[in-house]
Design a protein around this ligand. Structure first.
Ligand SMILES: Cc1cc2nc3c(=O)[nH]c(=O)nc-3n(C[C@H](O)[C@H](O)[C@H](O)COP(=O)(O)OP(=O)(O)OC[C@H]3O[C@@H](n4cnc5c(N)ncnc54)[C@H](O)[C@@H]3O)c2cc1C
Length: 478
């Protein structure tokens, strides 16, 4: 068995920094297994020599989970070559895929058969099924289909004890003791290596309608969410909130992507500062295009009548719908262009979001005048990407390299106090400090700060039971 191995330091560089450029490490080598047997062999060799393993899929994770430390003693196990579609069972509506297959690959396989793999996120071209499951990724369709966990029926895992667990069952019911599958999902590479999965597929919708909506305040967006849920029921497939400050960098750095904001009110010269907020709503129907469209239009008409909506347009073509989505998806890219930010990924009971946002906008301004709150995300799931950027005047006029250095300095100096301010407010409302991006190394200590001793002890017992040598992704999660 000859396993592809990379040891040349220059060749390893592209794999050693996380997507955001926040964490950089240096592994001893990078292994690229092409089969479960090869993963198995690597794990056994690492156990024999006590070499820690950091598993990596597409390296699009946003918490530094797939980046090795800088000790040059960890093996980076990159699964991008373990990427075959093993089988599709149309009657059972399942697909069995290897862990390194990308999300887009699986979506296309499903589409070619008139089916849908409903997990979706901007990094679809690179993010792998193993990474999606290891982080229990969410994305834009959770409100209708749930997160990655809900679409996974079975797993194959190379365990930390060096065995292969074949749990590739395509069952929707299986109550036979502890749910091992659920334990590996969301474990961020700390318990073993996911090598393959059975995923559930859904019927592809016959009609899809996307609307771009302006609302005055977050509380009106929340009221619109309730109204839309009532009206659309299971037709509602996405409800995304965007603050003006989240969209402003898109207009600044990628003005050609302005899509629905390409009008006089939102020209580059009048950057969005304070309201309105924007909501992207999607409905989909198993009946027809007209059904999806009429349902959403009726619901928006009600929203206008109740003065929840300032303005709304529904996409009249696929291209227009794509331009709405594109604008939403460019937020993360434009923020990266602006420079490093303090990245927060919080979940709250939907009923607490409005008072949380009100309290935070005052508290943050008091803590650091001019700090920019880029607030956007999956409002329908109670999940906000609550990112904090350096005051605009700190960065204005600086060339890119200096702007990024200044923004990095802002993160280094203010992250501990501002993050704690926001997270305290989240936790006091029964929220979570990581809705969908996981803990990795970015939020490990924050999680330890907020979790109860009982919860931490249970998590440590699981880690000890499944990975007693502590070889899997040390320094992450726990
Ligand atoms: C532009 C952009 C948008 C994004 N949008 C979203 C979003 O809307 N919702 C969301 O939830 N996430 C989002 N993400 C985050 C990211 O895409 C997801 O977390 C994705 O699931 C990571 O997949 P990956 O293959 O890149 O994993 P990696 O980054 O390579 O790894 C992530 C973690 O999983 C572990 N891991 C990877 N593969 C395996 C495996 N086979 N077995 C065991 N452990 C493994 C790693 O050790 C690491 O801890 C976004 C990222 C980007 C860059």
């Amino acid at each position: 068995m000859k396993i592809d191995l990379l040891t040349d330091p220059a060749g390893m560089v592209p794999y050693c920094t996380d997507w955001r450029g926040r964490f950089t490490g240096q592994p001893i080598a990078i292994a690229f297994p092409k089969s479960t047997a090869e993963v198995h062999a690597v794990v056994r060799a690492c156990r024999a020599h006590r070499i820690p393993i950091v598993t990596q899929g597409g390296n699009t994770g946003l918490s530094g989970g797939a980046t090795p430390d800088s000790s040059a003693s960890q093996l980076l196990l990159n699964l991008s070559k373990l990427n075959h579609i093993r089988s599709i069972d149309l009657e059972n509506a399942t697909i069995t895929v290897e862990a390194g297959a990308t999300l887009e690959q699986v979506q296309q396989q499903a589409k070619a058969r008139g089916l849908l793999f409903p997990v979706d996120l901007t990094a679809r071209g690179s993010a792998t099924i193993g990474g999606l499951l290891a982080t229990n990724a969410g994305g834009t369709a959770v409100i209708r289909y749930g997160n990655a966990r809900r679409q996974c029926l079975g797993l194959e895992v190379v365990t930390a004890s060096g065995e292969i667990w074949s749990g590739l069952r395509g069952l929707r019911k299986d109550n036979t003791g502890y749910d091992l599958r659920d334990l590996y999902i969301g474990s961020e590479g700390t318990l073993g290596v996911i090598t393959a999965a059975v995923l559930a597929l859904e019927p592809a919708p016959k009609g899809l309608c996307t609307a771009w909506v302006e609302v005055e305040t977050i509380s009106k967006a929340i009221a619109l969410l309730q109204e839309t849920k009532q009206q659309l029921g299971s037709l509602l497939t996405a409800f995304e909130l965007m603050s003006p400050t989240a969209l402003a960098p898109v207009l600044e750095y990628f003005p050609e992507q302005a899509g629905p904001l390409r009008n006089e009110r939102f020209s580059k010269n009048t950057p969005l500062q304070s309201g309105p907020y924007f909501v992207l709503i999607e409905s989909s129907s198993q009946v027809s295009q007209a059904h999806a469209q009429e349902g959403l239009e009726q619901s928006l008409a009600k929203g206008l009548e109740q003065e929840l909506v300032l303005d709304a347009s529904t996409a009249q073509s696929l291209a227009q719908a794509e331009s709405f989505w594109h604008l939403r998806e460019q937020i993360t890219m434009a923020a990266a262009e602006d420079g490093p930010q303090i990245k927060l990924d919080v979940a709250l009971p939907i009923s607490r979001i409005d008072d949380f946002c009100k309290e935070m906008s005052q508290a943050l301004e008091q803590a650091l005048p001019g700090v920019r709150l880029s607030n956007f995300g999956h409002l329908g799931d109670g999940n906000l990407h609550f990112n904090l950027a350096a005051p605009k005047e700190w960065l204005t006029g600086l060339p890119r390299i200096e702007r990024h250095a200044k923004a990095k300095g802002f993160v280094e100096e203010h992250e501990p106090s501002l993050r704690r301010l926001v997270h305290d407010a989240v936790m006091s409302r029964g929220g979570s400090i990581s809705a969908e991006h996981g803990l990795g190394q970015l939020r490990r200590d924050e999680a330890a700060h907020y979790k109860s001793p009982v919860e931490l002890a249970l998590m440590r017992s699981i880690k000890q039971a499944l990975d007693p040598m502590g070889l899997f992704n040390p320094g992450k999660v726990l």
